[in-house]
Design a protein around this ligand. Sequence first.
Ligand SMILES: Cc1cc2nc3c(=O)[nH]c(=O)nc-3n(C[C@H](O)[C@H](O)[C@H](O)COP(=O)(O)O)c2cc1C
Length: 490
Amino acid sequence: MSDIGKFVEERLSALKKRPITAATEAGLERSYLRDLIVGKKQTIRADMIEKVAEAIGATPQQLIALQSGEAPARFAEAAVAGRSPVDGKRVLLIIGGGIAAYKCLDLIRRLRERGAAVRPVMTRAAAEFVTPLSVGALAADRVFSELFDREDEQDVGHIRLARETDLIVVAPATADLMAKMAAGLANDLASAILLAAGAPVLIAPAMNPHMWTHPATRRSRETLKSDGIHFIGPNAGEMAESGEAGVGRMAEPLEIVVAAETLLDTTPRPLTGKRIVVTSGPTHEPIDPVRYIANRSSGKQGHAIAAALARLGADVRLVSGPVTIADPAGVTVTHVETARQMKDAAEALLPADAAIFAAAVADWRAATEADEKMKKEGGKGPSSLPLTENPDILAGIGNHQKLRPRLVIGFAAETDKLIEHGTAKLKRKGADYIVANDVSPDSGIGGSGVMGGDRNRITLLSSEGAEEWPEMSKDEVAARLAALVAERLA
Ligand SMILES: Cc1cc2nc3c(=O)[nH]c(=O)nc-3n(C[C@H](O)[C@H](O)[C@H](O)COP(=O)(O)O)c2cc1C
């Protein structure tokens, strides 16, 4: 049975036994809750989401995912942002004796803050570089280092350590440890565990560039790769100890975490092989070399959509206007300034399977762009600023004869008559869906309004009508929209 199938089944049986306190107090019927669990479309008031989630023993994110219907929920649950694949997993961290051992302290912290339980094993040499006290304190576990430990070996502790884990990470992996692994030696606790390992092994080599390029290390590398050992790094750069530069620096702790997450990630990837173009952020339309016309879009919603699609395996091409947030992980980004640049960049990325136009593109630009800074002329008052219309990127691609993607989704930011204006756009722009949102500052959404804020409440318009989604975080809107895309492109 699929994970979601199991989840639904468990929730249903829990519901039968459960005194549904918070929800029954609020007048919610058991049949209503049952419908929610099996994914029948229901509307939940935003202020009830937590109570309803509690009543069915789910997280608010799972509840929102379930609401999107049984099929997309299969993907939506996995795509809901914020949960790392290492969450709840046991990671055995073997620390080798190299200068980079100090980075393992940060690595332990990063893994633990993502919910992993970290069990540290140190080689004798590692204890020359970092103290078992720091390692144990950060891992909140005892540090294992001796193979011939009388207490641990009463029940063959090294085999237990090797088997009772979801992932083994070796960081830093010294030249010595790599050679031992390649040769199948098992003369200390670390190498014995690695020989008995059943879980995937990820190693982060760190050594002097001469050691890394030595034929002996090269042979170890080849052998380990063909044995199915996963590598992260080493990176090029300056060596901590010698001021020498070259390849041999250990990957940074966050890079190691991402590699661990990738190995442990069991998320379904229904969008693998699909190319999706996403636009995000505002555009800046120059008036003169120092002034421009802009809007309050932060890019948070478009970037979150790009990230959610990438998590489902899509090859995401993001065209971003000027924003102050980071590029989303796993997404190829083209940075542009103006509407015309955004149009050219988006069109150059076609053909694509789907396109989502979340950018707040300026409707107008200055009719002429002054080469010099425009001057204030005393006594004359402000000069008028003639405007001209920008190209409509959504309409151009939505109505394109040859290159229209199979699925086209546009956004409509409105401050009044949301549904009327959004529905008109749906037809005029050749979109399959319009995501309409009320961007007036007093919309009551997330305190500060939608533009620039972290929350959103959207109405999804299509030829089938209008579907109101409850207020949720922009990440959750993105996950649900990505699930819809996966369903439509399936
Ligand atoms: C100051 C110092 C720094 C070292 N740094 C490294 C290193 O970065 N990478 C490496 O492979 N060996 C390094 N070594 C050598 C290892 O500590 C040595 O090979 C040791 O036997 C490795 O033991 P282990 O693989 O059991 O941890 C270093 C040695 C010293 C004294």
